[in-house]
Design a protein around this ligand. Structure first.
Ligand SMILES: CC(C)(COP(=O)(O)OP(=O)(O)OC[C@H]1O[C@@H](n2cnc3c(N)ncnc32)[C@H](O)[C@@H]1OP(=O)(O)O)[C@@H](O)C(=O)NCCC(=O)NCCS
Length: 149
């Protein structure tokens, strides 16, 4: 599935929240949540962050943080926990999400339908009381306009 199809599929799935970051009308990043309505122990039926991608030219300027803050606010307005699955080798993603106090609950080759070929995935959980950071008001994060669906 290409990016455009993935965006449409996410926007048209009601239990999900989709956020697109734009600058001067151009998309520079997008992110989504996903609601699993059944448990796959140890992964529970909960809201998960479902992927965040920032255009390479815009990375390290606060866009991923802005997209994640919008989704975390959305999840915490309707659930007591937020969940996230990541490849153990994805250091940038793990660092980004560290700000919200995500802690490892389990590690495995896959959770639900997400698998990590030849690798290991981490099942992470965040609680509202454990958010660690004060977000910096960086230029790109404030320049980027967020469109939510
Ligand atoms: C992960 C990703 C979304 C980060 O987006 P971003 O806009 O660059 O993130 P931010 O600028 O908001 O960075 C926030 C923090 O994340 C961490 N971070 C981001 N990129 C990093 C990198 N390459 N190495 C280490 N830490 C990184 C840092 O702690 C950073 O804070 P700092 O810049 O003050 O040090 C981006 O690198 C990306 O699109 N990667 C490819 C797709 C992907 O792997 N998505 C995650 C799937 S779970």
């Amino acid at each position: 599935m290409g990016t455009a199809d993935a965006v449409v599929a996410s926007i048209t799935d009601p239990p999900r929240h989709t956020v697109i970051a734009t600058s001067d009308g151009e998309a520079i990043g997008w992110a989504k949540t996903y609601y699993w309505n059944y448990a796959d122990e140890p992964a529970p039926a909960e809201h998960y962050l479902g992927g965040v991608t920032v255009h390479p030219d815009w990375r390290r300027r606060g866009v991923g943080t802005a997209l994640t803050a919008a989704r975390m606010n959305w999840i915490f307005s309707r659930a007591a926990e937020a969940w996230y699955i990541v490849n153990i080798r994805n250091g940038p993603s793990i660092e980004l999400h560290h700000k919200w106090g995500f802690e490892e609950i389990a590690r495995a080759p896959g959770f639900h339908t997400t698998t990590f070929t030849g690798g290991i995935g981490l099942l992470m959980r965040a609680l509202p009381s454990r958010i660690r950071i004060a977000f910096r008001n960086r230029q790109a994060g404030s320049v980027a306009r967020l469109i939510s669906a």
